[in-house]
Design a protein around this ligand. Structure first.
Ligand code: SF4
Length: 585
């Protein structure tokens, strides 16, 4: 269902179709109604709506709960900027979506199926609930299953309790649970698990073992998506980006704000050989060369092996991936050679004590090194700075503001206000983070009638604590990030890094751009040059003294302090990093 990114097939549907057909020798049809909606509202409008987590849900709220129309419209306008809203008329869009859904459902022979399922991830809940209701009106006897990350744990149970259209909830990984439902339905004419009141039935919530070795899974089957896209967008050439799954879960799995791994019990990954074969299959089958890894964070060792093989092939592949901070230049160089062009790095903060509260397992210098080394290797960094984190102190704000001056030359981050993820470590220990009470989110209240509020509070949590204080405290950070973004937007020669050096063999020249005035030039000669190059990756003061025999500690401290003052180096305790990107032109 909408609001999936329209130029990508659903990996969930692709994997489940391939798995069920292999295991049961049954026929699985998959559909991507988000394509029909994208065609109806227009690609540009669809993009704008789907990039906001609330706007799309708001459009389906009045279809499911007509009295919510005014509140949903209000929410829709409040979450989109004026520019984003231009040409998006809420009531017209609601009507258009209703008609498109109705046209779509009326051409499908729903009663031919033994089971109909919805895979629900971000921003797909209300659209799926609405469509499930429409399906039940036409195919009353066909059981409906909901699964996906938005149906995990208590959220799934509350959905089952409130919405009689749902017969089963898959809680956790889909493959084996869906298989067990299909087998039960095949074997038992009574369709076990379907009860008069499903809210009372534990059999309606299915959670089976996970696949132990995900290398054994078949390749995802994206053929139905390609057939649909060819029909719906016959006049607009669209080359989709294909999702690629290396691992399930997260090998770190400790961040205090994170609830992205609730649906997995164990961390598992495919091996590099299997991934290379899967990629080759997808390239050949679908004639696509753009990929996006679905992993929460790539597995390091296997990714190294994967890109070693991929970089030797004569194919111009292109990838997006989410990674944790990586500050090994060789590794990033290899990934870039293999085709990794854009990464979302879990930067999250430029304050060390905040990073500790977040349990990121990284420090500010690691984050800055990753930003610099990605820039040096031509990898675009898309990252967030979590703002308004509960318990943030004035000192942490000061530290963030200071460190923002050191990252000015790199691609700007985006501020993302803290939200309380259901069942995240912070949610489970909220008292430790100055949170007094968990509340229903005010945006959820606009989407759902009151009778749902209490039990659907798990959907998106709000809280009572130091929110107002934090909102005020973080204002200078928002301003500084806006200046950072504007600096990069206004720069003329974007091919050149804003802070770069060129090496003259016995000296080097650093060119440093600022938001105003002409670029500054700095020349470092002899030992200064060599120390600067040595600190290409974070080094301790001791590392430097050992490497440069005879160098006096006092002189080194003076040198480092001076270069930090000029924002040419960064120091964190006894670790230092050169900030200029090596650029040869
Ligand atoms: S935020 Fe990312 S790195 Fe941290 S636990 Fe979650 S998925 Fe893992």
């Amino acid at each position: 269902m909408p609001w999936s990114i329209f130029n990508r097939p659903s990996i969930q549907l692709g994997c489940l179709k391939a798995f069920l057909e292999k295991e049961m020798r049954c026929q699985v049809d998959t559909f991507h109604p988000y394509l029909n909606i994208a065609e109806a509202v227009g690609i540009d409008a669809y993009r704008r709506i789907s990039s906001n987590s609330w706007a799309g849900e708001a459009l389906f709220s009045p279809l499911l709960f007509p009295p919510q129309q005014d509140k949903a419209r209000e929410l829709f306008s409040s979450v989109l900027s004026k520019k984003e809203q231009s040409h998006l008329h809420f009531d017209n869009l609601v009507d258009l979506i209703e008609k498109t859904c109705s046209d779509w459902i009326n051409v499908i022979e729903l009663n031919q199926y033994d089971l109909i399922g919805f895979s629900i991830c971000f921003n797909q809940l209300l659209p799926s609930l609405y469509m499930a209701k429409q399906v039940k009106m036409i195919a009353e006897e066909v059981p409906i299953v909901f699964g996906g990350s938005s149906c995990t744990g208590r959220i799934g149970r509350s959905l089952l309790h409130h919405f009689p259209e749902i017969d089963y909830i898959v809680d956790g990984e889909g493959e084996k649970s869906l298989l067990s439902i299909c087998r039960s339905l095949k074997e038992s004419p009574q369709k076990p698990g379907r009860q008069e009141n499903p809210a009372k039935s534990h059999e309606s919530i299915i959670r089976t073992d996970e696949i132990v070795d995900i290398n054994e899974l078949p390749y995802p089957d994206y053929r139905p998506y390609f057939n649909e896209i060819a029909q719906i967008f016959s006049k607009v050439p669209i080359i989709p980006t294909l999702p690629l799954e290396f691992s399930r879960g997260c090998w770190w799995n400790k961040c205090s704000f994170c609830n992205l791994n609730l649906q997995w019990k164990k961390y598992r990954m495919k091996n590099a050989g299997r991934m290379v074969q899967e990629t080759a299959h997808l390239v050949q089958q679908y004639k696509c060369i753009n990929f996006t890894f679905t992993d929460n964070t790539l597995p390091l060792k296997e990714t190294d092996d994967y890109f070693k093989i991929i970089s030797r092939q004569q194919i111009d592949l292109n990838y997006f991936a989410e990674i944790r901070a990586i500050h090994q230049p060789e590794r990033l160089k290899l990934y870039r050679r293999g085709g990794l062009s854009t990464v979302q790095v879990g930067i999250e903060s430029l304050s060390n004590s905040l990073l500790q509260k977040m349990a990121k397992g990284t420090t500010v210098i690691d984050n800055i090194a990753t930003m610099k080394l990605c820039a040096e290797n031509g990898i675009l960094v898309e990252g967030n700075l979590i703002t308004e984190f509960p318990t943030t102190t004035n000192e942490e704000i000061e530290e963030t503001l200071t460190n923002l001056e050191f990252v000015l030359p790199y691609h700007p981050l985006t501020p993302a206000a803290f939200f309380l993820g259901h069942e995240s470590p912070i949610h489970k220990n909220y008292g430790k983070f100055g949170i007094n009470a968990i509340l229903v989110h005010y945006k959820t209240k606009k989407l759902f009638p009151q009778r749902y509020h209490k039990s659907l509070k798990h959907l998106v949590n709000s809280y009572r604590g130091d929110r107002t204080l934090q909102h005020r405290r973080w204002k200078p950070v928002y301003q500084k990030i806006a200046q950072w973004q504007s600096f990069h937007k206004m720069r003329k020669n974007k091919e050149k890094p804003a802070l770069q050096y060129r090496d003259g063999g016995t000296f080097l020249i650093i060119r440093q751009e600022y938001p105003t005035g002409l670029p500054l030039q700095h020349r470092l000669k002899g030992l200064s040059r060599r120390i600067y190059i040595f600190c290409h990756t974070p080094k301790t003061m001791n590392d430097i003294l050992i490497n440069f025999k005879g160098l006096k500690e006092e002189s080194l401290v003076t040198f480092i302090t001076e270069l930090c003052r000029k924002r040419l180096m960064f120091q964190e305790n006894d670790r230092v990093l050169s900030l200029a990107v090596h650029h040869t032109t």
